[in-house]
Design a protein around this ligand. Structure first.
Ligand SMILES: [Zn+2]
Length: 437
């Protein structure tokens, strides 16, 4: 075993022995959800700032203005047949939706199975029911999600333009169960804002079946969500100073905010703890690093990336030199590889590390997108890398009440932190970055 293999082994040994990131994640989740704009999100961040300071990192807060949307009372929905309530449906307001009227909304339904169909349907006075499943034949559930997510972010706009009074979508979930999945939606200037919600996949299938039997049935839905004025929150930044080129930054990051139905254990508590644990392992093992290792917890990825945008703006104003930026926002499942957003040559250089990772089950080194937050830094002359965990189970829990600590396995999470740490070690040692030499 050469010394590099030995160093990487020592990273994994310490990570797996202590599982420190998992302990932090457990603590983070015990504080509740971290919906952007909520007091709880900021309180949890400040709690972690204290912890990070006590570890001896230099941490600072960057003020970020974030939107504030509050769900209000638990949403309800049921099927109405011939004037009578016949079946409760599990429903959740989409993030950013307006409420229904106080006494709820009741209307007939039109089922939509593709966006191409829209122009041939009469949605006037109806609730548009988008029932577009994630395609199960994709090996990457991320691609399946990407192909089905339009119903969530554009569904209300397209339906409202055609006279609909409300929207329900099929939850973006890769499994059939009774948990609805939320996520951000959007409106557009000049188009009436109509309430939009997601039904659990189980209930979307049930509603579809019932509609086929009885096209005249109606849906009653009640939602009390509302918008408030934007509030101040923060990004958290912590540095471990480099020995030779401290002005050059290797950024490692996750987004701190989560949805409110679960506690954001996978999305993106896991990524945040991956990033923190990487710095921790570096420090505890006294690993050499020429550049400054910078941890960023971004606030508000879910509601429009305000933290990442504010950070990128500050970086530009201060002419900060990010030579490498890494993000973990694909959950805390077993890491399988890295997605590399850079020049062809850089991608090829990172691929030469395959041998070092093989003993740890990491084989994927693909050219592709890195992460929504770090992409705000711009991809020109940069090396942007996203951690790619196994994603077969990710969209079962994503943005739902199931995204809680029980869904995270301590060893799987730890393997992600160790992989990021090993990757940073190799990149810094070999000066794999633009303008490094
Ligand atoms: Zn996320």
């Amino acid at each position: 075993m050469d010394s590099t293999h030995q160093t990487i082994r020592s990273i994994y040994n310490l990570a797996l022995t202590e599982q420190q990131g998992y302990k932090w994640l457990k603590e983070l989740c015990s504080m509740g959800p971290r919906l952007s704009g909520s007091d709880q999100a900021t309180a949890s961040l400040l709690h972690f700032k204290k912890k990070i300071d006590s570890l001896g990192f230099e941490s600072t807060l960057q003020s970020v203005t974030v939107p504030k949307w509050v769900r209000g009372a638990q949403e309800t929905a049921w099927i109405v047949r011939e004037g009578k309530k016949v079946e409760d449906l599990a429903i959740t307001a989409l993030g950013g939706s307006v409420a229904t009227p106080n006494n709820g909304l009741i209307a007939g339904l039109v089922e939509i199975s593709s966006f191409e169909q829209l122009d041939s349907l009469n949605l006037e006075g109806k609730i548009a029911f988008y029932n577009i499943p994630m395609d199960p034949t994709y090996i990457s559930t991320g691609f399946a999600y990407g192909n089905a997510v339009k119903q969530r972010w554009a569904g209300a706009i397209e339906a409202s333009k055609r006279g609909a009074v409300g929207v329900v979508i099929r939850s973006l979930s890769s499994s059939i169960n009774k948990y609805p999945h939320t996520g951000s939606m959007s409106y557009e200037e000049g188009t009436k804002k109509i309430p939009a919600a997601a039904l659990s996949t189980f209930h979307a299938e049930l509603l579809s079946k019932e509609l086929r039997k009885n096209p005249a049935l109606k849906l009653k839905m009640n939602m009390a969500c509302r918008w408030y004025d934007s509030v101040e929150s923060y990004n958290l930044i912590a540095d471990l100073k480099g020995s030779e080129r401290p002005e050059e930054l290797i950024l490692v990051s996750g987004h701190f905010d989560s949805w409110d139905l679960g506690t954001g254990a996978h999305d993106d508590g896991a990524g945040s703890m991956h990033a923190l644990e990487s710095l921790y392992l570096y420090q505890k093992l006294s690993l050499p690093h020429k550049r400054t290792l910078r941890l960023v917890f971004y606030m508000n990825e879910e509601f429009g990336l305000s933290g990442a945008k504010a950070y990128a703006k500050m970086s530009q104003a201060k002419k900060l030199k990010h030579v490498i930026a890494i993000e973990s926002d694909g959950g805390g499942f077993t890491p399988k590889g890295f997605s590399i957003q850079s020049s062809k040559e850089m991608v090829e250089r990172v691929k030469t590390y395959r041998d070092y990772f093989e003993p740890y089950g990491i084989y994927q080194f693909a050219s592709g997108g890195s992460g929504a937050d770090i992409s705000q830094l711009g991809s020109d002359n940069k090396l942007l890398i996203g951690l790619r965990p196994d994603n077969h189970r990710y969209f079962e829990v994503h943005h739902s009440a199931l995204d809680n600590i029980k869904a995270v396995n301590a060893r799987e999470l730890t393997m992600g932190s160790a992989a990021l740490t090993a990757l940073i070690y190799l990149l810094d040692r070999d000066d794999v970055c633009f303008n490094c030499d």
